[in-house]
Design a protein around this ligand. Structure first.
Ligand SMILES: [Zn+2]
Length: 444
């Protein structure tokens, strides 16, 4: 080969899937990773010197809301994700069975970012929904729209893009909590239907059918479904107790009712720890209200770190307090999560969790060249949580280059942080927080 398309040289390559953490070069041609080696000698049309930087698989944000113009929460994926180093996003249930084709045609097909999706159990998804807290009313107000067959059919017909089922458990969006347990039960039964259909249609062994299974992502805040279930009543559902290995529990570090930390003892509930041992995955889903420094610090004391780091990026939080995925990753680095584990939580773990582990989240020769270059910038960075509590970070991830299938995309800057205006809005929630610092933050 006389000349290849791209050479990324001299970076510290961290690729958890392949157990790689070394300084080397990456050669890319025709959108595919050609080789990774020391001192590659190919001539390239584009050479990028990544000296002093981290080179990782294209970042994956497994909880974003990108159904712009069709849902109040939607943001533009290329503007807010790809331009910050994120090559794959998974929409967190913005679309349901009735509205999914719009997400495919108007968003996924038109974005450079790879867009995948969890399908909402409610037919209309989040077409009329904002954040779960605050405004009354939401997508689960009527169980007439929670239709298992439609959800399962839509998933099976669109497995190239849909990776699982989404349900939001908050009493305010489920007729004051009346419909939550039933919606949760119906969501779990979608999984059973898919499992059964796969088993008979493909006539595979049980193991293969299990592999074809899809996970559910559950949002669990201010819910009537208990975090800790202290009885053996089989009719009572718990969350995370009734999740299966591989299911994702999102908004893990929120400080409100249904928090994973017992507000009286300030320790993590045993049902939460048991579920982690069984293989339930804990996702960040930072959002506008779902990350509290105090909760995250209590968890970090026992190395209870997230399995997947995601933003829950939407129209209300990309200006802060979530900003973008590298900022949310920086918060976990500050909490003591080891660097390689932070990278794993935005590459190999989310890729495997959504059933794409053999295709993305890795830097394997022969795979699509989704590559992110990050710098660890040192300094003094005051950073707010969702309730305007501030911690000072001494380093942050700063994206410097990204390629999606070998194509370079320009990097942009996030909104300057901390965003004092957003903070003064968010600090109004203070009285509703169960796990928080002793003193109310002063927003100057
Ligand atoms: Zn969300």
């Amino acid at each position: 080969m006389s000349q290849i398309d791209l050479l990324v040289k001299n970076g510290r390559i961290i690729d958890p899937t392949n157990g790689v953490d070394t300084v080397a070069d990456i050669a890319v041609n025709d959108g595919i990773i050609l080789s990774i080696d020391n001192n590659i000698q190919f001539q390239a049309k584009e050479t990028f010197d990544a000296g002093g930087c981290l080179v990782t698989p294209g970042l994956i944000d497994c909880h974003v809301h990108c159904y712009q113009y069709s849902t109040p929460l939607g943001i533009n994926p290329d503007e807010h994700c790809l331009s910050r180093g994120v090559t794959t996003i998974v929409d967190g249930g913005s679309a349901g069975a009735s509205t999914f084709q719009g997400l495919r045609r108007y968003i996924a097909d038109r974005s450079k970012t790879r867009v995948l999706a969890f399908l909402h159990i409610a037919q209309h998804g989040l077409a009329a929904a904002g954040c779960a807290s605050g405004a009354p009313g939401g997508e689960l107000d009527s169980l007439n729209v929670v239709t298992v067959d439609d959800c399962a059919k839509c998933i099976l017909e669109n497995r190239d893009m849909i990776v699982g089922v989404k349900v939001r458990l908050s009493d305010s969006i489920a007729d004051n909590g009346k419909n939550e347990a039933e919606a949760y039960r119906q969501t779990i039964s979608v999984i059973e239907i898919i499992f059964t259909i796969n088993y008979f249609v493909y006539r595979r062994a049980l193991l293969a059918a299990k592999k074809a299974d899809v996970p559910i992502m559950v949002h669990h805040t201010m819910s009537t479904v208990k975090t800790q279930v202290d009885n053996d009543d089989p009719t009572e559902l718990g969350c995370p107790r009734d999740l299966r290995p591989g299911d994702l529990y999102t908004h893990t570090f929120h400080p409100y009712r249904s928090c994973i930390v017992d507000p009286d003892t300030l320790t993590i509930y045993s049902d939460v720890i048991e579920a982690k041992k069984r293989g339930v995955l804990y996702d960040v889903g930072h959002g506008q209200g779902s990350f509290g420094w105090t909760v995250a610090e209590i968890c970090a004391r026992t190395q209870f770190y997230p399995d997947t780091i995601s933003t829950d990026l939407h129209s209300g939080n990309h200006i802060g307090p979530a900003y973008d995925l590298p900022i949310v990753m920086s918060k976990f680095l500050h909490l003591g999560m080891p660097l390689v584990d932070v990278i794993r939580a935005v590459t190999s773990t989310p890729a495997k969790a959504i059933g794409w582990g053999s295709r993305i989240g890795c830097l394997t020769p022969g795979k699509e060249a989704d590559i992110t270059v990050l710098k660890l910038k040192e300094g003094r960075f005051p950073m707010e949580d969702c309730q305007s509590q501030v911690r000072v970070l001494d380093k942050i991830f700063k994206p410097v280059a990204v390629w999606r299938a070998g194509n370079s995309h320009p990097i942009t800057e996030p909104t300057p942080f901390p965003n004092l205006e957003a903070m003064s809005q968010n600090s109004r929630e203070w009285d509703n927080i169960l796990v928080k610092d002793k003193a109310r933050p002063v927003v100057k």
